[in-house]
Design a protein around this ligand. Structure first.
Ligand SMILES: O=C(O)CCC(=O)C(=O)O
Length: 279
């Protein structure tokens, strides 16, 4: 069996609920995605008749012009967001044999699975709250299997100003956390974004926090039960990142539930896991 993670990386993942794997992806896997994003931004500008300057593609400036585009019309950001997850190089990476090998190794399974609708490219815009993920575990938002995994990777070099993802170290070991379906402080957050932890402050207070700074090509592998949240982007550029979610067909809870999805699959968490949702 292929073992992509070292013994140290595997131990760190099991202990902390996440692990950073530097240089997991090659430039040849990442750059075609950045290049596709650059092209889509250009096509949207052209279609809108905008004369925003867009330099030729380079991996460092693949999103040049995007801030001007969303300043002109924020809805065009949504158009780009929906389009970029249909870039062939991105879809090729979703089903990468590298991901499959990690799931096989980490979950000791012969039946890895890709979470339908569980992949995408986040665009965390400067100073925007609506789509910022608060403290959460991925399982209630995705279901599929209790031992699912998130493969998270940045398309821009992370700095503290970008608001890197923050983790509660070791929180996966305390199991599933109950949730409410409304974020009282942010009532415009809906679906998975509206899920908030019950007694959030007390729950997260007990863990050490860390927010690793990563580069394009690095992987952050995250356990579906790990508590984490988006940082605040206080820079003047959008924070672009890849998410791929895989799960395990053999895990008993997922199997019992028929590997159902949640919000992205149009399913109601309350119908599947009533004990998890508190009024
Ligand atoms: O990128 C982020 O800010 C959050 C990502 C996240 O929560 C996830 O992929 O589950």
């Amino acid at each position: 069996m292929s073992v992509p993670l070292t013994t140290e990386q595997l131990e760190a993942f099991q202990r902390d609920g996440f692990v950073v794997v530097r240089g997991f992806y090659e430039a040849a896997e990442i750059e075609p995605i950045q290049c596709g994003i650059h092209a889509i931004i250009g096509l949207v500008m052209e279609e809108q008749g905008l004369t925003i300057e867009q330099p030729p593609f380079a991996p460092e400036n693949f999103d040049d012009g995007f801030q001007e585009l969303i300043a002109h019309d924020r809805a065009l950001g949504g158009r780009v967001y929906d389009a970029v997850k249909q870039i062939p190089a991105f879809i090729r990476l979703v089903a990468s044999t590298k991901h499959e090998a990690v799931v096989r190794q980490v979950r000791a399974t012969d039946q890895p699975a890709i979470a339908a609708g569980g992949y995408g490219i986040r665009i965390d815009n400067p100073q925007e709250e609506k789509f910022r993920a608060g403290w959460h575990q991925d399982y209630p938002a995705q279901i599929r299997s209790l031992d699912g995994l998130v493969f998270w990777s940045p398309l821009v070099a992370m700095t503290p100003e970008f608001g890197p993802v923050e983790f509660c170290v070791g929180s996966h070991r305390d199991g599933l956390a109950p949730v409410q379906e409304i974020d009282e402080a942010n009532p415009d957050k809906t679906g998975a974004y509206g899920l908030t932890l019950v007694d959030e402050e007390a729950r997260v207070a007990k863990y050490k926090k860390t927010a690793p700074l990563t580069e394009p090509g690095d992987l952050v592998l995250v356990d579906f039960l790990s508590l984490h949240r988006s940082g605040e982007n206080i820079s003047d550029r959008s924070r672009w990142s890849l998410q791929f979610r895989w799960f395990n067909f053999v895990e008993p809870t997922g199997r019992k539930l028929g590997w159902t999805g949640a919000y992205a699959a149009g399913k109601d968490l309350r119908a599947v896991h009533p004990e998890l949702v508190v009024d």
